[in-house]
Design a protein. Structure first.
Length: 364
């Protein structure tokens, strides 16, 4: 009995400590969301493709939808796993804020909240949720979750695959479709999240999906984008092979890549940085999930958003989220150190903001 009583008091003490830490972080974290001029961060910080939305006044509003009641102190013992998960996600947000404040990385961590960014963010008004799409990290499954929550289909299993990415039929509005005042309100008050994975592994996934396997319904990657990259970046012009990974790396690492990006349009979403896609230093996200820990992160996100009783994340195939170090090293083994360093220089913000280590093959 004494041992049980002691354990109960220890859990209460741990819960109280967690609550103090949580309240401290919430108190220190007010939203300062400003729709900035495209040139607000100097000459290098231009809007990716489209112009920024109309500039509005700064607002300072605390998050109204951030954590559900399960995370509030109730006098009863917390689930140990729930506490661990909450602390992991709080540490991720704290790292993000610290890197956002690093002036040395400002050009790599900040971007204008342009229409390009707002086009990436999907809205579920019914449950006050915003989801920023970061392709090649399991976004199709999250879109299915939101489609069900928005009421277009009653279950994930009922959603036809050809409907998921058809934004005329899937019932998923983009944040860019709202007025400035409505955009600001949702960014201030809604639960906001997105998913990341190791930046280099994501680039490999994008290359394989769009240029190697190349779905028949997306012929432009092989027949328009690949030839454009080859013409500009292939050293041996007599070589007739299709796009090679080294061509892709050379294009992505080129400081002057933007002129091709403009020609390629929104298709570049599969390989541009998380910063350019979701503006994590300008928009105060509630949770940032990691593809490598999605088995834990997906249930946590559903619970934190208060929708875990309404929908489940689709089953994750075994091993699909595990970081494949061997595959990454194999793909980069034939790439020059100069080209890899230039690529890392572009994606350094993504590595630092989300806690990914610089690849070992760059340190040797």
């Amino acid at each position: 009995w004494l041992m049980s009583d002691n354990m109960h008091h220890q859990w209460l003490l741990l819960a109280a400590c967690f609550w103090v830490i949580f309240m401290f972080m919430v108190a220190s974290k007010f939203i300062t969301l400003t729709f900035k001029d495209p040139d607000g961060y100097g000459a290098k910080q231009e809007p990716l493709i489209l112009t920024a939305v109309t500039k509005v006044e700064e607002v300072h509003v605390p998050e109204e939808k951030h954590w559900p009641e399960e995370f509030q102190p109730t006098g009863k013992a917390f689930s140990g796993n729930l506490i661990r998960q909450a602390l992991v996600h709080m540490e991720r947000l704290e790292l993000l804020r610290n890197v956002c404040r690093d002036t040395a990385l400002r050009n790599l961590s900040h971007t204008a909240v342009s229409k390009f960014v707002l086009d990436r963010i999907f809205v579920c008004d019914k449950h006050k949720i915003l989801f920023c799409q970061t392709p090649k990290v399991g976004n199709t499954q999250w879109k299915k979750v939101l489609i069900v929550l928005n009421g277009a289909f009653s279950s994930i299993e009922e959603i036809p695959e050809n409907i998921v990415h058809d934004h005329e039929k899937n019932g998923l509005p983009r944040l860019s479709s709202f007025s400035d005042s409505e955009i600001k309100k949702r960014l201030n008050l809604y639960f906001k999240f997105f998913i990341v994975r190791d930046p280099f592994e994501r680039l490999i996934s994008a290359f394989k999906d769009k240029f190697v396997h190349n779905p028949r319904f997306e012929p432009w990657y092989r027949h328009e984008i690949a030839p454009g990259i080859i013409r500009k970046y292939r050293k041996n012009r007599t070589e007739t092979r299709g796009l090679q990974f080294e061509d892709f790396v050379r294009y992505l690492g080129d400081p002057n890549h933007r002129w091709l990006d403009v020609q390629f349009g929104d298709h570049i979403i599969h390989w541009v940085t998380y910063v350019e896609l979701c503006a994590p230093c300008e928009i105060t996200y509630s949770v940032i999930g990691h593809h490598e820990t999605l088995e834990d992160d997906a249930p946590f996100i559903l619970k934190a958003a208060g929708i875990d009783h309404l929908v489940s994340y689709p089953t994750i195939p075994p091993g699909i989220t595990v970081y494949n170090k061997t595959k990454v090293e194999r793909y980069f083994s034939g790439i020059s150190k100069r080209d890899i360093r230039r690529l890392y220089a572009r994606f350094e913000g993504d590595f630092k903001l989300f806690g990914y280590r610089e690849p070992d093959f760059l340190l040797n």
